[in-house]
Each structure stands twice: as structure tokens, then as C-alpha cells.
Design a binder for this molecule. Structure first.
Ligand code: ATP
Ligand code: MG
Length: 364
């Protein structure tokens, strides 16, 4: 990172945040925040985007705004160091999206693989809401309004960042250098780019109900780990087991650290030894799950405890968000002023234009 880095990411308030968000983006955000090597950092709750596929359920979105805010604070995001805001409270984002819509074709939007998958998941095939279909454009507005250079996110966001970059290039080409090109910052650990669900499905996702939530109780986490998808061919302990596509091992890849073995499973030095034993046969799923549960509890317990503290003063959390929205709005307003000038729609600030027109009509 460099001193001119502007970091931005958001989450949809469609549910509480889960360990997929954590390894895909949230953990990195906290590290970046604490390293402090940036100009500005924004984290936002994408409520307007959540409404694009929940238009008949605004209550769900409203209830989850505070849940996501609590998850942020619980993970260690700190409003003293960064700006946390709510998307819908920044009307400049709508304005920017509206201008961006002219820079993108329908066929370009149709090619977005993440949106394609999501349309299928939601059964939208024949009735896609225009707002949902165009959310990559609105996401480009979210990113560029804050001049973000760096977006820590999971792999599903890659097509969104590509779309945003294209929009920036097109805008700057037509209207002159105004907007900043963003870069995605994927997790260093490949398994964290897209953490699968507890059911073994490709992605842990609020919409699929296959999540371990950061705010789940210790009991819930244990229950979910115990019933996790493993290797369906590993029927008896002595059978050789498979690691590939085995969610328990994927989670161990994402969460285990060398020190966990000495602390919780001293029979093994490292994960490779556990994997080798499992593949050879003779290691039961339950033992591996017990180990995973201990690791997850260690990681999640401090998050749960911090959450419980913040839950004691909910009005203060809303106040923090309100302050964040004001800060964010001021930044977006500056960018929009540049955008309007570049697009030549800043009529009343354009003294030259007014003088020129006056002259033209005077000489008629
Ligand atoms: P929804 O189903 O409502 O879209 P979601 O679980 O996909 O919810 P988002 O709010 O869309 O969550 O994603 C927020 C951030 O978390 C993004 O940066 C995304 O890449 C990341 N993320 C979400 N799910 C995962 C996952 N399973 N693995 C890694 N990163 C993830
Ligand atoms: Mg999503």
C-alpha cells in the first residue's frame, strides 16, 4: 500500500455477515485499517443494492443494516480510523450511476458471469429487475465516487471491478481525466477467494442458507461444523478419504495456523500430516471436525464478545453511521462536482459559458 491508497468495500445488508465474508474481505480490511498505510478507507453497507433483489422486503434490508454494522465493529473496524456509511444516504451515487448508464451496453451487462449466476439463483430469468441487472454500474459509481484505488473483495467481485475499470476508461476518454481506476485486492490464500458453504456448495452465501455467521453462538457453530459436508465416499474410518471438495479441509486451509496443532491436536505437526492421514485412511471425520470447531471458536469468540459490547448501545451505533454518512457524502459531492464539470452540465458555475451565450445573443 502507499500513502495515496484509497480503500473501499461494501456488503449487502441481506443478512448477518458470515465467515466467507470474513476470509474473503473483512479480515483483510481490518489488517489494512490497522496498518494505517492509506489516505482514506471507506466501508459501506450497500442497502440500495440489497433492495435491487429485495424490493418487496424492505424490512429485511432495514433490520440487517444494524446487524452488518455490528459485525463490522465486532471484527475490529474502527470508525475513528475509517469511514463507515450507508449507501442510500449518499444521493450522489444515484446521480453518478445515471450518467454511467450511458457508457455501458446491455450486451456488456449480459456477459457479467457473477450477475448471470445470481440471476439463476434468484429465479429471475424471465423477469429481471432493471435495477438488479444494472447493479454492476451502480457498484462502479460506489467505487469511483470515492476515488477508490483498492477494493479488498472475494473472487465474485472480479467482474464488477472489470466493469468499473471499463467505465472509468470510457469516461476519462470522452470527458478527460476525471475518475480513478480501481484494483481488486483478492485474498492471498486462494481458498479464501470463494469459501464454499457448509453444504459443500460453491459459495457460502446468505441467499443459500449455508453459512456460519460471525455472530452464531458457540453451540450453533459446533452444530454446523458437525453436520458439514465432507467426503461422501469416506464411509468407514479406515476408508481412504478425499481432500478435494471436502469442505472441512477447505475451511482448515482457510483458518488453521501452525500454532493450532500444538494447542489442539499435538499428534500432528501441521495440516499436511492430517491430510496425509485422512487420505491414507484411519482418520474419522468427527476428529477433523472437532479440530476445526476449536479453531473456529478461537477466531470467533473475541468477535462475539466485542459484538455483545456494541449491542449494549445501539443508538450510538446509528450515530456512528450517521456521522460516517456525512463524511462520505462530502467526499462524493466533490467527485460529482468534478464529474459535472467534465460532462459540461455545471451551467451555473460556468461563468465562461454564461458570458459566451450572452455575447452570442447580444450580437443577434
Ligand atoms: P448475497 O447472497 O446477498 O449476495 P453474499 O453472501 O454474497 O450475499 P455480499 O454482501 O454480496 O455477500 O458480499 C460482500 C463481500 O464478501 C464481497 O467482497 C464478496 O466478494 C465477499 N464474499 C461473499 N461471500 C464470500 C465467500 N463465500 N467467500 C469469499 N468472499 C465472499
Ligand atoms: Mg453477493
Amino acid at each position: 500500500m502507499a500513502k495515496d491508497t484509497v480503500i473501499l468495500t461494501g456488503d449487502r445488508p441481506t443478512g448477518r455477515l458470515h465467515i466467507g465474508h470474513y476470509v474473503g474481505s473483512l479480515r483483510r480490511r481490518v489488517e489494512l485499517q490497522n496498518a494505517g498505510d492509506f489516505k482514506k478507507m471507506f466501508v459501506f453497507i450497500a442497502d440500495a443494492q440489497a433492495l435491487t433483489d429485495n424490493i418487496d422486503n424492505p424490512e429485511k434490508v432495514r433490520q440487517n443494516v444494524i446487524e452488518v454494522a455490528l459485525d463490522y465493529l465486532a471484527c475490529g473496524l474502527d470508525p475513528e480510523k475509517i469511514t463507515i456509511f450507508i449507501q442510500s444516504q449518499i444521493p450522489e451515487l444515484c446521480e453518478l450511476s445515471f450518467y454511467f448508464m450511458d457508457l455501458v451496453t446491455v450486451s456488456r451487462l449480459q456477459r457479467n458471469p457473477t450477475v448471470k449466476t445470481e440471476i439463476g439463483m434468484r429465479g429471475f430469468e424471465s423477469s429481471i429487475p432493471v435495477g438488479f441487472f444494472t447493479y454492476p454500474i451502480s457498484q462502479a459509481a460506489d467505487i469511483t465516487a470515492f476515488r477508490a484505488t483498492t477494493v479488498p473483495a472475494g473472487e465474485d467481485q472480479k467482474p464488477m471491478l472489470e466493469q468499473a475499470t471499463e467505465i472509468v476508461r470510457r469516461f476519462n476518454h470522452i470527458y478527460g481525466d476525471t475518475l480513478v481506476e480501481p484494483n481488486i485486492l483478492l485474498p492471498q490464500n486462494a481458498v479464501c477467494c470463494r469459501l464454499p458453504g457448509t453444504d459443500g456448495k460453491a459459495k457460502m452465501s446468505k441467499s443459500l442458507g449455508n453459512c456460519i455467521y460471525l455472530s452464531d453462538t458457540a453451540k450453533d457453530v459446533e452444530k454446523k461444523v458437525k453436520s458439514m459436508y465432507t467426503d461422501p465416499t469416506h464411509l468407514r474410518v479406515e476408508d481412504p478419504g478425499h481432500i478435494e471438495g471436502n469442505t472441512v479441509f477447505t475451511y482448515l486451509d482457510a483458518f488453521s495456523k501452525p500454532e493450532h496443532f500444538a494447542a489442539y491436536w499435538p499428534e500432528y505437526q501441521n495440516l499436511d500430516e492430517v491430510k496425509a492421514h485422512y487420505q491414507r485412511g484411519g482418520l474419522g471425520d468427527m476428529k477433523v471436525k472437532k479440530f476445526l470447531n476449536k479453531i473456529l471458536q478461537e477466531e470467533l469468540e473475541p468477535i462475539r464478545q466485542r459484538r455483545a459490547e456494541f449491542e449494549k448501545d445501539i443508538p450510538a451505533v446509528y450515530e456512528m453511521l450517521k456521522k460516517g454518512c456525512e463524511e462520505a457524502r462530502a467526499v462524493a459531492a466533490e467527485t460529482l462536482s468534478d464529474v459535472r464539470r467534465a460532462m459540461k452540465i455545471n451551467y451555473f458555475d460556468d461563468a465562461e459559458l454564461i458570458a459566451e451565450q450572452a455575447k452570442k445573443f447580444a450580437s443577434k
